[in-house]
Design a protein around this ligand. Sequence first.
Ligand SMILES: Nc1ncnc2c1ncn2[C@@H]1O[C@H](COP(=O)(O)OP(=O)(O)OP(=O)(O)O)[C@@H](O)[C@H]1O
Length: 529
Amino acid sequence: MKDFATLFTAVDQTTRTTRKVESLAEFFRTASDADKLWCVALFSGRRPKRVITTTVLREWAAERAGIPLWLFEESYPIVGDLAETIALVLPPAAAHEERPLSHWIARLRELSAGDDATRKAGILAAWDVLDRTERLLFTKLLTGGFRVGVSQKLMTRALARATGQDEAELTHKLMGAWTPETTSWEALIEAHDPSADLSRPYPFYLAYQLDDLAALGSAADWIAEWKWDGIRGQLVLRGGEHHLWSRGEELMTPRFPEFARLIDYLPDGTVIDGEVLAFADETPLPFNALQKRIGRKSVPRKLLEESPVVLMAYDLLEDGGTDIRARPFAERRARLAELIGTIPPEAPARLSPAVTADSWEALAVERETSRDRNAEGLMLKRADSPYLAGRRKGDWWKWKVDPLVIDAVMIYAQSGSGRRANLFTDFTFAVWDGDDLVPFTKAYSGLTDAEFRRITAWVRRNTLQKFGPVRQVRPEHVFEIAFEGIQESPRHKSGVALRFPRMSRWRHDKPIAEANTLADLREMLATYG
Ligand SMILES: Nc1ncnc2c1ncn2[C@@H]1O[C@H](COP(=O)(O)OP(=O)(O)OP(=O)(O)O)[C@@H](O)[C@H]1O
């Protein structure tokens, strides 16, 4: 795994995006197909299952290093990373065995099937023949944690460079339910038979916050819709099956079993983009109703009755098995209206209606009624635009009524006091600045008691380091932080201070790479500060 270790060191030691892309592209040009496939998998969040708990691993590492456990425990906070601590305390390897990355991952799988004694012997034997960086990587993979400062987007850019394929096309190929166990490099990247994974979604198109209405030109070139307060979903109907994807590339199908009925009404080869919305008596319900159904794997009957959902459909990406994303939005929408028009009202799909007004002023008046409809404002979409991949400025704008929210990553947690002393309730949040997470606010309130209990259990299992009462946690969860105002502040590292920040939503649907950036905060400061 020497070449993968070299790649890891190269991307770990630079913050420069161009260098990272070059190193990754070099790996993709030279490694074997099996190793390239695993590299893509690891950098797109598809990690092998955890083989062993970190507690047991610490004991074995201390034992192998010939040091008492307390000394290992003392070293860990100084190094800051468990796999790195282990790599440092172990005695130098007696021999070196050069095997590819895919070999060591296959070995992990064998070990996870064995009993404790087999695992221990296998892990110690591996540590004995790997050099320091290779051990670090092997150990990271053992504990199921492989986090490096390389986003999926960067990895895809490097892959595009190495293969000569189009980046957006590759983004699409890498989506879906594949794992290195279920596919090959040839099938995934080179041959790419679309029927190989019938569930594969298209990359979601994401919007920007509207900053300058005047720059949009004539209102006649735009289609406005309500910005629904639900969760984004892409419904894929192919091969007689249905799949519902979240924008975080998570399959939500079992959580929303009611959408199975749509197979009876919509033709095979239909892919719809829309909002999953709690909905009763032809009226959207507040987000709370939907919240109850998020974060559970399956849904009891009672909840299905209490919180019924619809797919508020707003775009058609595939029609009769043909990718129609390049067609103008107005045309895709007209076809979507035709399809939805054939569905009886008891089936859970509606067309997101256009909000019509003959000028921006008239539309602004309509927008003021958003809250009464349980909508968050308006979405403006250019009528002749194609459906693009990812967040691109120009064709989709969010025009919210309450724009002061930011999606941030939780990085520190502290327990509360009094009644809440046994719960973690005080959190520090960060936004991205390049590849770094920069803390910018604390928040204490806004979650339900059940959510506080859940996050508390998670914090206990995912503490990276303790600083007195404060725990640094694995950056894994995104929360929407709502606030009343934003000001410049030289006292804060981020340069901004928020008024009355609170957690307005746990964004289970967002991966951390999608959290907001320091640049977004600064833009808010310029507009609302
Ligand atoms: N009519 C609509 N058309 C498109 N997106 C809509 C619509 N109504 C609600 N949405 C939601 O708005 C989101 C678009 O905003 P954006 O792409 O920035 O995602 P986001 O960061 O999740 O937005 P937010 O945090 O504001 O909900 C979509 O992901 C979708 O869930």
